[in-house]
Design a protein around this ligand. Structure first.
Ligand SMILES: Nc1ncnc2c1ncn2[C@@H]1O[C@H](COP(=O)(O)OP(=O)(O)OP(=O)(O)O)[C@@H](O)[C@H]1O
Length: 316
């Protein structure tokens, strides 16, 4: 059974826009405009899109915070809004703006309170907490009031809070935003481990390209409330024609290379260093370059995800 199954999911908002000096006009904004989505157990899915694309609105419908205008949705087999309390025991959510922690209490006490909220048996709770303490290095700040924690420490606390009841599905909204490089890596490593060890399904929104590369085996890209791409990062590269590049270092100055299967993009250092965009198979291009000039070194550069995402958003 799919963990998430949405068909024709829509959410319209009514907004009042200024029309002239004294008049205001009623307008409908389709924040989510007919999304079909299936997510299977154990997947790690990046839900991506430019600002205002409808990501948060979708996540809110999937977690039972917002009622869809139309369409059907099942998460863990449940209807999120009417069965919100049951769903809450099956899923976890880390939404930056909504903390699960009690601001004035030491972190450890928030965890104890959450055990009662979710009615987790004490032994299960203790086991999960011990794992999180270990994997997320919580011990040095367990006794610190939440309001005194650094952003990175708080995020580690939020992750623990979302996982203590052992959810099968975890939603994360920008889990690494604002963190320093070390904390970002710690959070990514932890999420990857969680998925591998327990098969927890992850659905995350992010604008961070390293998160995408590390954590999203599948990318669902939305724009103007619609899904514009659903597939792997490699498929995204393929579809948007992003190509690998070959950077060659030559022994001597050389004119611009002109070999079959590649287009020379840049020529530096009197032609000793040239960058070719690959159109054909790599071995044939390397052989052609080696036949044309004495090769000192070569490097293959994979297409940058930035480039693909930028292009995708420009086209959609
Ligand atoms: N409560 C609301 N009332 C009216 N319009 C809303 C409401 N919530 C969202 N919208 C509009 O719906 C659209 C989608 O918003 P949403 O927050 O889902 O986008 P997003 O992809 O999460 O963006 P971001 O990356 O900036 O968080 C936007 O045009 C937004 O202005």
């Amino acid at each position: 059974m799919s963990v998430v199954a949405a068909d024709g999911l829509r959410k319209d908002f009514t907004v009042w826009a200024k029309a002239g000096r004294f008049r205001r006009e009623r307008r409908t904004v389709s924040a989510v405009d007919g999304v079909d989505l299936r997510i299977e157990p154990g997947e790690m899915v990046g839900y991506l899109g430019p600002n205002g694309a409808g990501k948060s609105t979708t996540l809110k419908m999937l977690t039972g915070i917002l009622t869809p205008s139309s369409g059907t949705v099942r998460v863990c087999g449940l209807d999120p809004v009417p069965e919100r309390a049951r769903l809450a025991r099956r899923i976890g959510a880390v939404f930056g703006q909504r903390s699960q922690l009690w601001w004035d209490l030491p972190l450890a006490e928030s965890f104890t309170l959450l055990r009662s909220v979710y009615r987790v048996p004490p032994t299960d709770h203790a086991k999960r907490l011990a794992e999180c303490r270990d994997l997320l290095d919580l011990d040095e700040f367990l006794a610190t009031p939440v309001r005194q924690l650094s952003l990175g420490q708080r995020m580690r606390g939020e992750l623990t809070a979302a996982l203590l009841h052992d959810p099968e599905l975890l939603f994360l909204d920008e889990p690494t935003i604002g963190l320093d490089v070390v904390s970002k890596e710690a959070v990514r490593g932890f999420l990857a481990e969680l998925n591998q060890r327990y098969g927890t399904t992850l659905v995350l929104t992010t604008h961070d390209l390293a998160d995408i590369e590390r954590l999203c085996g599948r990318l669902v890209v939305v724009d103007h409330g619609r899904v514009v791409h659903d597939g792997t990062l490699a498929a995204l590269h393929e579809r948007y024609g992003s190509r690998r590049r070959l950077v060659v270092e030559l022994d001597e100055p050389h004119e611009r290379l002109d070999v079959p299967g590649a287009t020379t993009e840049s020529v530096e250092a009197d032609g000793r260093r040239q960058t070719l965009v690959l159109d054909g198979p790599l071995p044939a291009v390397v052989a052609a370059v080696a036949a044309a000039a004495p090769l000192r070194d070569l490097k293959v550069v994979e297409p940058a995800i930035e480039e693909v995402i930028t292009r995708l958003f420009r086209r959609s």
